[in-house]
Design a protein. Structure first.
Length: 138
């Protein structure tokens, strides 16, 4: 039996926190639509598993982060394929020792156990800060 939208979401955030970058693209359908509507650079949607493989590939740049998902609230909708998941990544920048909380909301459509559509809303200012990007000059 295919995994439920709830199970797929939990596998996604746990996989991010555990750094299972090679496995994450397999949570998505071959053809998908992943957008980050609040990203300041307005990057194009990720439309395929190959694009997600590239998106999740470690670059070796930036600080090492330890994080875990927390404060998870999953809301089911009238459409059994769609959930709204509120959560936070809580963690520490291992190079500076700075603790952080990065809130997010995902609106996921999961079909046959794979993500076919995702709108990922993140606090990008916090993301920049925990990576040491000066948001005043960025």
């Amino acid at each position: 039996m295919a995994e439920s939208p709830r199970e797929v979401f939990l596998a996604l955030v746990e996989g991010v926190c555990a750094g299972r970058w090679e496995e994450l693209p397999d949570l998505y359908a071959e053809k998908t639509d992943v957008t980050h509507p609040f990203h300041p650079a307005r990057p194009p949607a990720l439309r395929s598993r190959d694009e997600l493989r590239e998106h999740f590939a470690p670059t070796g740049e930036g600080p090492r982060l330890e994080r875990r998902p927390a404060n998870i609230r999953i809301h089911e909708t009238a459409d059994p394929e769609v959930i709204v998941a509120e959560f936070e990544y809580r963690g520490t920048n291992l190079e500076t020792g700075e603790a952080f909380t990065q809130p997010g909301i995902f609106v996921l459509r999961v079909r046959d156990g794979q993500i076919v559509e995702s709108r990922d809303y993140f606090d990008h200012l916090t993301a920049a800060r925990i990576r040491g990007i000066d948001i005043e000059t960025a």
